[in-house]
Design a protein around this ligand. Structure first.
Ligand code: GCU
Length: 422
């Protein structure tokens, strides 16, 4: 008995220290949202009020960026020592019935320790356009081969690594409904995709087979408080895709967009915040740790996410498990770091786990930073009705249905991008 008591006590103490809690209560009742105060993005840590874009860029933006690195996603190393080689392994000038030129590009990452990792980029470029075209960069969940029925798309290398995650189901075309390639191509946009597991398999056990294997001494279970996790590494991967695309003669490097769904929406935002080459950043249903405000503690919360996905964030984020009120920032400040580039947040009506209202308010409260640049944030605190997209210098929509990416979402994104660039 004594042993059991001691064991339970030890378990309690260790989870309390770790902070993560798989059973942290989940609230879905708007009336139970705690009273919370959101930090003012325009008030620096020393209390100074930021009144100009210049001061924002010089003082407040770097300060906030540092906090998100130190306390949430982990710090992206300045130098990883990783070298990247690109090789075009397949091309098809007549893909999608002549609509596009398809290229498949193998990335070989080699670390200082001599190990290497391979990733495969699938790129569709519209044939009907003169000159350079904008590009939407977006990771896929189950491999390039699942995003289309096109027979010539080579399965992503991660297919082998992630078999234990159930990759047998990851067959050709299986995720097609999430990839409106034809629509994007017809409207003059290139689309580039890669499987995120190629960069870093999404499990604490398998991560060691991705980019982490090239970083000497990286041990996801034994990290420094501010050491990066999977989201940070995937975000770094998005920047490596941008390195390739900006050299492609058909791509307009001034119109690169990063788009991600759910965990990859969190990743897209963190990538877009850090890498200014992304001129528009699209978060599709990114929820907790993405666009949604943490302090509302609605739907998924910090306790749950850090317990279920201990490899996503840096260990310091665990401190805010069931303790969101003590976060020195909130996700509206993350979105505000995208300014003066364009942020777009999308929600789905039945996706309470991702807190649609919290996603909306987060973009709304990023508004003051956009206004510093003379740009238009969301005008109203009232969330719009479904299928009423709000397109200003930032964009938002909520659609009917569940957690997913649909042709309707793509249509809204393309309308928004057109409104900026055409
Ligand atoms: C889980 C997780 C979310 C995440 C989602 C996804 O539901 O709790 O945070 O966004 O998976 O990536 O689909």
């Amino acid at each position: 008995m004594k042993h059991i008591e001691t064991f339970l006590l030890a378990l309690f103490v260790s989870t309390a220290i770790m902070g993560q809690n798989k059973n942290a209560p989940v609230n879905y009742d708007e009336s139970q949202v705690p009273n919370f105060e959101l930090p003012d993005p325009l008030k620096a840590n020393d209390g100074q009020i930021i009144e100009t874009a210049k001061l924002w860029e010089k003082k407040r933006r770097p300060e906030l960026l540092r906090m998100f690195g130190e306390l949430e996603y982990g710090v992206t190393p300045r130098q990883t020592g990783i070298k990247v080689k690109h090789e075009v392994v397949a091309t098809n000038p007549n893909a999608m019935g002549g609509l596009a030129t398809q290229k498949q590009v193998r990335f070989t990452f080699t670390g200082k320790n001599g190990k290497s990792v391979q990733a495969l980029l699938l790129l569709y470029i519209p044939n009907n356009m003169k000159g350079r075209v904008p590009v939407i960069v977006s990771y896929n969940f189950h491999g390039n081969q699942t995003t289309t029925m096109q027979e010539d798309v080579i399965p992503s290398p991660s297919k082998e690594i992630v078999k234990s995650l159930g990759s047998e189901a990851w067959v050709r075309g299986e995720q097609m409904s999430r990839w409106s390639y034809e629509m994007a191509l017809q409207r003059g946009y290139a689309v580039a995709t890669m499987n995120y597991h190629d960069i870093c398999p999404d499990s604490p056990e398998l991560m060691v087979q991705g980019i982490p294997s090239l970083l000497s001494g990286y041990d996801v279970r034994n990290r420094k408080e501010n050491e990066w996790g999977a989201i940070g590494i995937w975000a770094w991967g998005y920047s490596r895709i941008a390195d390739y695309l900006e050299k492609d003669k058909q791509i307009d490097k001034g119109r690169m967009v990063v788009l991600g769904h759910s965990r990859l929406g969190k990743t897209a935002v963190w990538a877009g915040v850090q890498d200014k080459r992304f001129k528009a950043v699209i978060s599709n249903d990114s929820g907790c740790g993405g666009a949604a405000l943490s302090k509302r503690v609605f739907g998924e919360n910090v306790g749950r996410i850090t317990a279920n996905f201990p490899h996503w964030f840096c260990p310091a984020f665990n401190r805010y498990s069931e303790n969101e009120s003590s976060l020195p920032f909130d996700q509206h400040e993350l979105l505000s770091l995208i300014a003066p580039r364009h942020a777009y947040v999308a929600s789905a009506e039945d996706d309470s786990w991702a807190d649609p209202r919290g996603e909306y308010l987060s973009l709304y409260y990023a508004g003051p930073v956009y206004r510093l640049y003379g740009m238009r944030g969301l005008p109203s605190k009232e969330q719009p009705a479904i299928h009423q997209p709000q397109h200003y210098d930032v964009g938002y929509h909520i659609r009917a249905g569940k957690h997913d990416v649909t042709p309707y979402d793509w249509q809204c994104y393309l309308d928004f991008l057109d409104s900026l660039w055409h």
